[in-house]
Design a protein around this ligand. Structure first.
Ligand SMILES: Cc1cc2nc3c(=O)[nH]c(=O)nc-3n(C[C@H](O)[C@H](O)[C@H](O)COP(=O)(O)OP(=O)(O)OC[C@H]3O[C@@H](n4cnc5c(N)ncnc54)[C@H](O)[C@@H]3O)c2cc1C
Ligand code: HEM
Length: 515
């Protein structure tokens, strides 16, 4: 994704976060005041969403429909929208755009409260969506924050959405990888608008309700159309829409923490049908039933080998989880990651898993730029996966200078070192390799053999390997948020144009925040 646009979005998200700190309710529950706000079955008042005159019945109400008990916010007599129908909304009027812009700060102040409340209610009404949303992202608040930030960014850019389009693509790719479909926008729309009404109460006048209703659907349609394009392209390229059963054909331990899985489609094992071509750097999603949760979960994994038509390879870090004790709660259990642990422990050669077609806007395609331009691949830990795919995809071009730079704690957790030193460097004199160990183990981890530099990655120490003089050099970064922010700053301090820096982050909605 273009960095400038990422950061524009992030700036909006940061403002959102800062503003949302002043929120009075933080757990998504209604305050007594909010519970009272317009929630009685009064007669002769208007629905805050549709503007219709109400008589206290909830039947057909677009905001209360589907709730297990009468919902505090409903006041409609009749509604014209069912949650699974996509309304035919007109483009926003200038007045509605003004309303959305002027109410964005109010929405921002309560954004995370609204979206947390929204998820809780939506999952209660649609338990099947547990298979779709990440349990951990909900628990940790990542997903509500990401949604709130997206809605706020939309409101701030309502007059000209062009700067947001790359962000829309990033989100739309994530959605398609998880097989989000148009009908689900009806469910999300209903519950999101309901939550705005629940939390903001009488502040949501019919005019404001109308503007946001139209605003939501205009945004939703941008996503729905873009996602439809992505599904169509995937199918045209030999992929599929939704999930397909794959078999694990090989499982290889790459380090104490990272294991690779080679995946082949069940159907091609017999038919020999080849897999779709993907761009190096793209990811697939996998979906698996998690017995201890009692429902499915899906996660994205970068493809860690070049596109080869025969298999997908993913390389997964086992997330043990960290226990962070507090004063009030000194004995906190760690929460191991659901999917990564299940994959490591229970997915063996011969196991079956659901897999989505490859998607993603982070990739390297030299035909789009100068084919022999130098390439610098900078990763930390499991961030290597996406960059290894890029590296492997370029090995046929012996004219292209490539520098592969990575950091790990020590040799035990350093994956792919043997492959790169033992094969890639021997066969490709155009490739160089720099390894940082932040905590090498005395005696077993050897400087000059296992690693080159002791300590955290500092690009100043290897400035000569960054092809800084060549203005066509492209830089690809993948790793944890803090690492990416630091490397981004270092690269910018060398005078590198942001357009030549490309970033991928392995987390929901948590984009690097330099703004
Ligand atoms: C585009 C993309 C590409 C990716 N590529 C890769 C890849 O190549 N390899 C790879 O290994 N990963 C990759 N990831 C990350 C991957 O999708 C998963 O997020 C990762 O495997 C963790 O999933 P999980 O289910 O094991 O952990 P989750 O259950 O999702 O938990 C996430 C983290 O939160 C912690 N946690 C969960 N619940 C709690 C709680 N209640 N309290 C405190 N902490 C908690 C967990 O310990 C864990 O560290 C990628 C992500 C994206 C978005
Ligand atoms: C206009 C409506 C929507 C907006 C603005 C929106 C916004 C977002 C954003 C910002 C992210 C984080 C992307 C990232 O990781 O970089 C996200 C992820 C996600 N969205 Fe949406 N979304 C919308 C509609 C939907 C719908 C209709 C569904 C399906 C019911 C859905 C399901 C998901 C899921 C499952 C994720 C991945 C995170 C997780 O697993 O919890 N979204 N969305």
């Amino acid at each position: 994704m273009d960095l400038k646009n990422t950061l524009a979005f992030v700036a909006a998200a940061a403002t959102w976060k800062a503003m949302s700190k002043s929120t009075s309710t933080t757990n998504g529950e209604l305050t007594p005041q909010q519970q009272q706000n317009g929630h009685g079955e009064e007669k002769g008042i208007q629905c805050p969403v549709t503007g219709k005159t109400l008589n206290g019945s909830s039947s057909g109400c677009p905001v209360s429909n589907g709730f297990p008990k009468p919902d505090p916010g409903h006041r409609c007599e009749t509604g014209d929208i069912e949650e699974t129908k996509i309304p035919d909304v007109p483009p926003l009027t200038q007045k509605q755009r003004e309303i959305i812009k002027s109410t964005a700060p109010i929405l921002a102040e309560h954004g995370v409260t609204i979206t947390t409340h929204f998820y809780k209610n939506m999952i209660r009404a649609h338990p099947e969506l547990r298979d779709v949303f990440s349990e951990s992202s909900q628990k940790l608040g990542h997903q509500p924050r990401a949604l709130a930030a997206a809605v706020y960014a939309y409101a701030c850019n309502i007059d000209d959405l062009t700067p947001l389009l790359p962000v829309v693509d990033r989100i739309a790719y994530k959605h398609t990888s998880l097989h989000i479909v148009a009908e689900q926008y009806g469910i999300v729309g209903k519950h999101l608008i309901q939550s705005i009404v629940d939390i903001l109460g009488d502040a949501v006048t019919p005019e404001i309700g109308d503007a946001w209703f139209n605003g939501y659907w205009n945004l939703a349609k941008i996503f729905i159309n873009r996602e439809r394009e992505f599904y169509t392209t995937a199918v045209e390229n030999g992929g599929w829409e939704g999930w397909k059963q794959f078999k694990v054909t090989q499982k290889i331990k790459e380090s104490d923490e990272i294991t690779s899985f080679y995946l082949k489609p069940l159907e091609s094992i017999d038919s020999g049908k080849s897999l779709p071509k993907y761009h190096p750097g793209q990811y697939i999603a996998v979906s698996l039933y998690i017995p201890s949760l009692g429902y499915k979960q899906a996660r994205q994994y970068s493809l860690s080998d070049r596109s080869n038509g025969e298999y997908f390879r993913i390389s997964v870090k086992r997330e043990d989880g960290v226990a962070i004790p507090t004063k009030s709660n000194p004995v906190v259990p760690s929460h191991p990651g659901w999917m990564s642990n299940l994959l490591h422990e229970k997915l063996h050669e011969g196991s079956i898993i659901d897999v989505a077609s490859p998607y993603g806007d982070f990739f390297y395609e030299p035909s789009l730029i100068e084919p022999n331009a130098p390439l610098v691949l900078i990763s930390a830990g499991v961030g290597q996966t996406a960059l290894l795919s890029i590296l492997n995809s370029q090995l046929e071009n012996k004219e292209k200078p490539i520098n592969y730079i990575t950091v790990a704690r020590n040799k035990k957790v350093h994956a792919f070192g043997n492959y790169i030193r033992g094969k890639v460097l021997k066969e490709n004199p155009n490739v160089s390799y720099k390894v940082f160990y932040s905590s090498p183990e005395e005696g077993s981890d050897l400087s000059g053999k296992d690693y080159d530099v002791k300590g955290r990655m500092n690009l100043n120490q290897i400035k000569d390997n960054l092809y800084l003089d060549d203005k066509s050099t492209e830089y690809y970064l993948c790793g944890p948020e803090k690492f990416m922010v630091d490397k981004l700053e270092e690269l910018k301090s060398f005078g590198i144009d942001e357009k030549r820096i490309h970033i991928e982050l392995f987390a929901a909605g948590e984009l690097p925040q330099t703004a």
